[in-house]
Design a protein around this ligand. Sequence first.
Ligand SMILES: Cc1cc2nc3c(=O)[nH]c(=O)nc-3n(C[C@H](O)[C@H](O)[C@H](O)COP(=O)(O)O)c2cc1C
Length: 200
Amino acid sequence: MHLPVPLLDGDVSLERAIHKRRTIRSFDDKALTLNQLSQLLWAAQGITEPGGFKRSAPSAGALYPMDIYAVVGSDSIAGMEPGIYHYEPSNHSISLIRKDDMRKDVANASLWQMWMAHTPLNLIITAEYSRIMGKYGHRGIRYAMIEAGHVGQNIFLQAQAMGLAAGIVGAFEDEKVIKVMGIKETHEPLLVMPVGYEGT
Ligand SMILES: Cc1cc2nc3c(=O)[nH]c(=O)nc-3n(C[C@H](O)[C@H](O)[C@H](O)COP(=O)(O)O)c2cc1C
């Protein structure tokens, strides 16, 4: 499914987004829009070089070992079926890799941080180290982890700039998250970022 074209400008200054950013753990169940999902995925890993391949976040050697997945709940994003979707930066599209609302399973795998099951969207950042270790060896693992931090902050600031809120979760059991997602074990989950409207 092709995503709407992302905006390249907005009303909230970068300074304000940085100033206001906080890790939020309580979200409203108000649905998000496909435009908001598109914008978040673009901020995370979208291609920002016209006609090229370079992305929104820096990557050692421009080797891009990260993948982004969207865990979408029932009635969480207008017009979208619940499930887990994989983001494809090359054509700014998503594809369904697993049906059903898997948010509770992701929350269970995240040491029972059950607030994640009530967040409309959980973005999962994974790394495939083989893409970067060919050039950098073991040090490539360090580079991929640093890159995940850049992607995470982009998601945080983009959410803030759109009037949304985000959380960040590193406490989870890797094998359980991999199983819930149904992805290859060579893809290591590094961060889960719940996104939605802040709860009252
Ligand atoms: C790598 C990493 C892992 C984190 N894991 C969790 C987590 O599993 N659950 C959680 O509620 N917060 C988690 N946090 C959020 C921190 O608790 C939070 O960033 C910190 O308290 C500072 O607050 P702030 O982000 O609102 O400025 C994590 C943050 C980072 C950077």
